[in-house]
Design a protein around this ligand. Sequence first.
Ligand code: KMH
Ligand code: ZN
Length: 306
Amino acid sequence: MDKAIITAAITGFTHTPSMSPYLPITPEEISAEAVRAWEAGAAVAHIHVREPKTGKPSWETELFREVAVKVKSKCDIVLCFSTGGGKGMTPEQRLAAITSLKPELATFNFGSISVALFPILDRYKEFKFEWEKPFIEMTEDLVVVNTFKTLKTFAQVFETTETKPEIEIYDVGMLNNLAFFIERGIVKKPVYMQFVLGVPGGLSATVENLVFLLNTAKSSIGDFTFSVCAAGRYQFPMCVHSLLCGGNARVGLEDNLYLQKGVLAKSNAEQVEKIIRIARELGIEPATPSEARKILSLKGIHNVNF
Ligand code: KMH
Ligand code: ZN
């Protein structure tokens, strides 16, 4: 493949403000980071939002709207909203921003997953905000629940809003879930999958596991477009493996706070520039947002509700 969609996952919900002074918090910071990532060559910005004053992860539709309006006023990057949700949120609460803002793209986590961040506490002892430590400790008992009923609810909302699902695959069982929903016509092909590797609770970030996922997907789903993201130090190696396998790549401070060992990334743009430098060495150009829209069959920037 000579074009790759580069996604920047701007801020996420797993890292907390004390882990990096460069982690975007307010709608202003998140949208500015998305525009900088676009300037650096990203075609998609994956958006989470946070409470502006404390940086605590939020799922407030109005914060998503504020970010989306600001970014759209500056550039044509594709926005991919998160629907991951926080502990105890209902599917409807997790889908609220999709239902209301009808983005072109949004995440669709295709199975229940433990998001066990608490081991990171071994490395961080001091925190600026009261909520940070308990939030990370809580993840020892956090499962993001996606039952088959939840998956059906999500699929129905995505169809209604004409939002393309970016299907998040953390483990091979989720590919079986997806094949089940495709067979029943509840999820339509062609599908776009994000293979999420190296997250405690999911498959570890190895090339063997990537090939395992690709081979399983080829036999159980057939044709598909895929991207890869990986946590921490595995981010760049796994993105490169993805490019070499004909896939796309997701970087960003959601998945990794560093640009290289021991050096904090000062922005998402720095990571975007790095993966594009490597891609170009491999003869791969970054897709533009409009090329990404064609590759992913998105509904277009004017068919959203923001
Ligand atoms: N946080 C990543 C490991 C979502 O936002 O819905 C996966 C993700 C899913 O980005
Ligand atoms: Zn996310």
